[in-house]
Design a protein around this ligand. Sequence first.
Ligand code: UN1
Length: 488
Amino acid sequence: TSALPLPPALYLDGEGRGRANSNGADLTAPHQRAPLQAALDTVRVDTVPEATAADVDAAMARLHAGFTAWNATPVAQRAAMLRRAADALDGRLPEFCALLVKEAFKTQADCVAEVREAVDFLRYYADTAEHDAAHMQGRGVFVCISPWNFPLAIFAGQVVAALVAGNTVAAKPAEQTPFVALKMVELLHDSGVPADALALLHGAGETVGAGLVAHAHTAGVCFTGSTAVAQIINKSLAKKSNAPVPLIAETGGLNAMVVDSTALPEQVIDAVVQSAFRSAGQRCSALRLLCVQDSIADGVIEMLKGALQQLWVGKPEQLATDVGPVIDDEAHAGIGRHVERLKREATLIAEAPVHDALPRQIRPVAFEIRRVADLGDEIFGPVLHVVRFSGPVDDVIRDINALGYGLTLGIQTRIDSRAERLASLASVGNVYVNRNIIGAVVGVQPFGGEGLSGTGPKAGGPDYLRRFAAEPRIDAPAAPLQLDGPPT
Ligand code: UN1
């Protein structure tokens, strides 16, 4: 990858703590448990209509026609709608949590954190839009394509960023998680967003998604998902005859944590367990590769074995569960094949026990592999690869950079100057020092990647909205778009 236009954001342990974020929530208090349990008992996930090509055309025509009026709506009014939606969502936290448990099989702590993150996005983008009010003129119809792993927070974050900047929005949620998106769109409409400004289109990426991206009325695309799909979208947009259509993409990662001999093993293990196995490893920010300096590697690996035995692998409805099932059969089969291959080709460190056997479960597992370069493709599940290193720690960062991605990186060291040097050597969007590498906090830790991990700007950061607006006033150069090439 090429040199970074900006130094990576560097986050220290404790930063953002105490704020609503996607790292976690304390659900043990009875006043929080009771409404959540009641919602779990009553909320049902329903079916949604699939959009036809004619539905896509009709929605795009309506959104195109609706753009002038929506773009002329004062920013303060648009922001007020977002704040109303934030308050409403906050008030319906148990219901939305239950939807996330049932539709996306997320653990309860993950669900609470996700609803709070969605509320944070709504409030943060309302604030930044007003702050930048003079620049918040939309480009036209924005297409927002979102993933199943944060089916509320990323879905809502994309949609309201595009809306508050003055665009009308065609939203295409992941096929696996359409219902929570439907409920969120209803909530936005109830909060004042007109039907002519926001349409929801359900269906497959290959049909509905591709049709939206290729549509003549499309003035911008916001996508979170795999690098491969971002590359397809990028190619489709390049074929368009109208003015350049911007793509804002946040994609995959091969995220590493580098542990030197001065690190505290207990702290390392805590960070590794959170980062690699929480959310069943189904976060683009999740840890895939742990690089440990030789002299402490045996000790760290021993502790990792113990930690894997402690994980509770079971039903997402149960509060004690750390790791639930993965999203669908295809994901289950793909991760399973990777694990089988590693069982033949690498050294098994340990595999977590299963408490309640459920379909689509992957036992969290760690393997030792020989070299960073052996990592292969991003595996979106609870599978950790461990590498020992004996050479200079700077070389490890170079090996990680050579993977071509650049989303999150962890550094575990007690030498300040080393953390700073390694962070500056890394081609990566977010560096976390002596802590876990997931759960970026909206407004505190803007989140996005370099290289194959995305285009920037970072979500939940001050520059994000401007890329959705006409004539963006971006002072720093945008990160180079490197989605054309194959992943190394
Ligand atoms: C993703 O997993 O697609 O920092 C991105 C985090 C989350 C990552 C979301 N905000 O863990």
